[in-house]
Design a protein around this ligand. Structure first.
Ligand SMILES: [Zn+2]
Length: 483
């Protein structure tokens, strides 16, 4: 069934593209654009530059051929460059394009039958458009289930054939024996890990992710092989604790203390103690301010291990989170079956979930990690039981960083410059300065006053091309969960 369907879909794709190439073709991005002048002056605008500095009022940003050429006060009254289109952005704020560090190009598929398997559908249409609409101009995927599709998507986006963020594609999950996900290969041993990393590096992935059940031996081999290819590796681990992973040389850990198993009493090497047991332990017993946890944080910082904040997915496991008024816009993008299932699960949790101490503890951990000098980044992680939607989830994560106690400009830095720094691209993306790519998000209102303004996206510039978020969202309305 699946094979037959795929063949017919491929044939259909071919005939459609033959038909369209016979006609005169405008840019395939045209239907999603708001501004595409090659030389632009954005003036009378508030700038939050991504470095954590305070907002600057009444600024002017000049853009030429995809790059920022100057950032200065509008009051400097310089003449406009020849042929420039000038936009008066009074009342609006510009922040750097978000650098999403835990993104996926898949979403949980609805309508799992009784006895059916957990399964995630690739979202080649909805995910890239919704990330871009939400202001995400660079996305590292945090594990891939359909890596060839992700790699081809990246090529099509880079070639200007499809709208979407610049992608840093992660290889297939490096997972051990015992996983819940049929879509993940289970490593046989360390040699298998080496083969997988070498193969996918050659295929063009630029990142790796280790998952719950792999052994320390397999992780060590994966890290060494990834590093030999100049590629960083992150992890969402269960069989291996944070300090052990840091000692093995991992570059990044996902989700934070909410998934760290190292303090679980009686844990055995290379064994995942079980997710609900760990969750209960963290919720009821673990003290984030204890000397053990603070020493672990020091250790991560000393080993330069970054942490990715994924508060937006974490909060969905608590009761009535996010508040419904924060979820409504994302809900409209879900396929009807996916929306129904999300809402049903949400009501169940509202009845049974305790007020989530895990979220509170994770927030505290992220503050402690940053005050110890750690590099905290942010991402959306559109998984869980659904409802966390690309782009919307990235915005929500920034709101939750503010709830966690970071200032709005610090939270924006976590979601922009910090990710760029981890990727080694801080000279070209992640902040607003001359010479950098013109990846800019224009917001109505001021997120430094009210962080919810991060949702009021007016234009998203990616390398100077201005996308219309409303058109991007409208084009995939009702499709999340099916394509
Ligand atoms: Zn994930």
């Amino acid at each position: 069934m699946l094979v037959a369907f795929r063949i017919s879909a491929v044939c259909l794709g071919l005939s459609l593209s033959l038909a369209s190439s016979a006609q005169q073709k405008p840019s395939p991005l045209q239907p999603f654009l708001k501004e595409d002048a090659p030389i632009l002056v954005l003036e009378h605008v508030r700038v939050i530059d991504g470095t954590g500095s305070a907002a600057q009022e009444n600024m002017r940003i000049d853009i030429a051929n995809g790059k920022i050429t100057s950032v200065e006060s509008t009051a400097a009254h310089r003449t406009y460059p020849d042929g420039a289109k000038v936009l008066d952005l009074t009342g609006k704020t510009i922040i750097p394009g978000l650098v999403g560090m835990h993104e996926h190009l898949f979403y949980p598929m609805p309508q799992r039958p009784q006895g059916g398997v957990g399964f995630y559908g690739e979202s080649p249409d909805s995910a890239p458009r919704l990330y871009l609409a939400g202001g995400v101009t660079t996305a590292r995927t945090g594990g891939s289930l359909d890596p060839y599709t992700d790699l081809e998507l990246k090529k099509a986006i880079d070639a200007g054939q499809l709208p979407g963020p610049r992608l840093d594609v992660t290889g297939p999950y490096l997972e051990g024996k015992g996983t819940f996900a049929l879509q993940m290969h289970q490593l046989a041993d360390a040699d298998d890990a080496a083969r997988m990393v070498d193969y996918w590096s050659a295929e063009g992935v630029t990142s790796f992710k280790a998952y719950n059940y792999l052994t320390a031996d397999e992780l060590k081999t994966a890290i060494d092989h990834a590093h030999a290819h100049g590629i960083k590796i992150t992890g969402h681990l269960c069989s291996i604790g944070f300090r052990q992973a840091a000692a093995l040389g991992i570059d990044n850990l996902e989700h934070g203390i909410a998934v760290d198993t190292e303090f679980f009493p009686g844990r055995k090497p290379d064994e995942c103690p079980g997710f609900s047991a760990v969750e209960t332990y963290i919720e009821k017993t673990l003290d984030v301010a204890s000397p053990e946890v603070l020493a672990m944080i020091q250790d991560l910082v000393a080993h330069h291990v970054a942490i990715t904040s994924t508060l937006a997915v974490l909060e969905t496991f608590g009761a009535n989170r996010p508040p419904m008024e924060r979820e409504n816009a994302a809900l409209k993008t879900l396929a009807p079956e996916a929306a129904k299932e999300y809402l049903a699960q949400r009501s169940l949790l509202a009845e049974h979930a305790a007020s989530s101490k895990v979220l509170e503890k994770e927030m505290r951990f992220e503050r402690e990690f940053v005050s110890a000098g750690g590099l905290l980044m942010a991402g959306c992680d559109p998984t869980g039981y659904g409802g966390v939607v690309p782009g919307f989830g990235d915005q929500r994560n920034i709101e939750l960083l503010v709830e966690a106690g970071f200032t709005p400009v610090e939270s924006i830095r976590i979601a922009t410059l910090n990710g760029a720094t981890y990727l080694g691209k801080e000279a070209s993306i992640g902040s607003i300065a001359p010479g950098e790519a013109a990846d800019l998000v224009v917001l109505d209102g001021n997120p430094a006053d009210k962080i919810e303004n991060i949702e009021k996206v007016d234009i998203v510039f990616k390398e100077g091309t201005g996308f219309d978020p409303a058109k991007l969202i409208q084009s995939v309305s009702g499709l999340v969960g099916i394509r």
